[in-house]
Ligand binder design. Structure first.
Ligand code: ADP
Ligand code: F6P
Length: 482
């Protein structure tokens, strides 16, 4: 029977080593959380990296990791420390990530990293080819594997290959500064279908293919290498039911309390009528964390009546901490939180509760359900699933989503209060509007967004992607039989 092979740099499970024992937790990030539901439901194999360097493992731990990975219907691409350094931290996260998010001043162009990126993409191709059988469908994910579709197509031209980019595709003016632009485009064009979160990213890709490779495009199709490649947008959804039901059950269950939950309880039982504003993200410079903190400071100054009446609960998950820009951001965030708490705190009130850690799913639900407003302010974000998850957990149809226009999610969430993350005046006014929004209006906005999220769930997203990929297969078969 044919299967789907999902390939991404990171597997849906994160494996850590502690005293020769392995510790397994779910991976954080939109790709892993979204695709996890698709993987669990279908007949699929997920190929990716365990998160550990080969040198960290001995025979015993390698076997344990292997078993855990197989138990989860996954297969591993082993990476050495050198590859983690040059492929993952280097080319993926010091070149592609900042460039595609328009952080050109953070982007480095190192030939050594590029060479390693190619080698690791080839390594992924070898593992895929080991597992791929005739009739299988291959679905490659994200910017760490832009060359992989080309390598697979070269060896197995009849295989159906889909590629989805989870981050923005930058405009031509930015993309053309990239030294390896043609190779990367050709690698992506090894696919039969290329998907993006939004129409804008799709448009940017088509424009780069036209202008850099001089390819013919017809509406959303590209002729390349005697093949027609389809380019389309598929805004990724969430597992709506999982979040909605978890929020419902959460109300009825006595869960073991985390320190965050204890703080929330303390808050709920205290006599102050403080409202909670939530933000959750990986600690990443694209997420607009300093902007958010500074805008919150501006809000407290502009509307002093809100001091002691509102609190920002900020959860940041450690991410890519070997990259200097992430270390700088951590320092900046610590300093900003410290400065603002020092400036405004009273004996009974701290304006910002800041947590720097990953959390189990139940505790995320605690946060989503306990906060009156979610304030999500990326300066650039492919989609942003946190915004969607917050809305999905509001089972009483209350709560307000304040969302940056720069997130892909803003294109589908018109009922959110949209802000420009660089406009502190605008954010402060919007925050006030959110905190004062009548319950009826909250209900109208949340229920409209929930209906849409339920209809266009992650299952539907995957289904539409597969349908489009299958239709490219049919077109190919018709062309061959002619
Ligand atoms: P990105 O893919 O850039 O990290 P998204 O907002 O699209 O951003 O996805 C983040 C995902 O990671 C969400 O599904 C969210 O539930 C999950 N997540 C975020 N913070 C945490 C955390 N502290 N603990 C566990 N999961 C988290
Ligand atoms: O969605 C963007 C993304 O880079 C995913 O590819 C990745 O799973 C997630 O963010 C987390 O990043 P990392 O795998 O580098 O921890």
């Amino acid at each position: 029977m044919s299967k789907t092979i999902i390939i991404s740099n990171r597997l849906p499970l994160q494996i850590k080593l502690e005293d020769n024992e392995i510790n397994v937790s779910p991976s954080v990030g939109g790709l892993a959380t979204g695709m996890k539901s698709v993987h669990e439901e279908g007949d699929s194999l997920w190929i990716g990296w365990s998160g550990l360097a080969e040198e960290d493992l001995n025979d015993e731990t390698r076997e344990k990791v292997q078993k855990e990975i197989e138990k989860n219907k996954c297969a591993m691409v082993p990476l050495t420390e050198n590859e983690v350094d040059h492929f993952y931290y280097g080319f993926s996260n010091k070149t592609l990530w900042p460039l595609f998010h328009y952080f050109m001043e953070y982007t480095t162009f190192e030939n050594e990293n590029w060479e390693c990126y190619k080698e690791v993409n080839k390594k992924f191709a070898d593992v895929v080819l080991e597992h791929a059988e005739d009739g299988d469908t291959i679905w490659v994910h994200d910017y760490q594997l832009l060359l992989l579709p080309g390598y697979i197509k070269e060896k197995k031209p009849d295989t159906s290959i889909g590629f989805f980019l989870h981050i923005p595709f930058p405009s031509f003016e930015v993309f053309r500064t990239f030294p390896w632009r043609e190779e990367v485009l050709r690698g992506m064009l090894g696919s039969d279908l290329i998907g993006f979160h939004t129409y804008d990213y799709e448009r940017h890709f088509l424009s780069s293919a036209r202008r850099l490779l001089h390819l013919d495009t017809n509406f959303n199709e590209i002729s390349y290498d005697d093949r027609i490649i389809k380019i389309d947008s598929f805004p990724m959804g969430i597992d709506f039911k999982k979040f909605y039901n978890a929020a419902l059950n959460h109300e009825n269950e006595e869960l073991e309390k985390s320190d965050i939950q204890k703080r929330l309880d303390e808050h709920l039982h205290s006599s102050d009528d403080c409202k909670l504003i939530l933000s959750i993200d990986r600690l990443d410079y694209t997420k607009g964390i300093p902007n958010r903190i500074k805008a919150f400071e501006y809000f407290l100054e502009k509307y002093p009546e809100y001091q002691q009446k509102v609190r920002l609960v900020m959860l940041a998950v450690p991410s890519r901490s070997n990259v200097p820009q992430y270390q700088l951001l951590k320092r900046e965030t610590d300093e900003l939180v410290g400065r603002i708490n020092g400036k405004f705190s009273t004996v009974s009130w701290t304006p910002i509760w800041y947590f720097y850690r990953s959390l189990p799913f139940e505790n995320l639900i605690d946060l989503y359900t306990s906060c009156d407003v979610a304030m999500i302010t990326p300066v650039r974000d492919g989609m942003n699933l946190v915004a969607k998850e917050y809305v999905a957990t509001r089972v009483h149809q209350d709560g307000v989503l304040v969302l940056s226009e720069m997130a892909g999610a803003a294109k589908e969430m018109n009922e959110a209060l949209l802000i420009n993350p660089n406009n502190f005046e605008g954010i402060a006014q919007t925050l006030k509007q959110a905190l004062e929004m009548p319950k009826e209006e909250q209900k109208t906005r949340i229920s409209l967004m929930q209906e849409r999220l339920e209809r266009y769930s992650v299952e539907k997203w995957a289904e539409e992607f597969f349908t489009a990929l299958n239709s490219t297969k049919q077109v190919r078969n018709t062309l061959v039989s002619k």
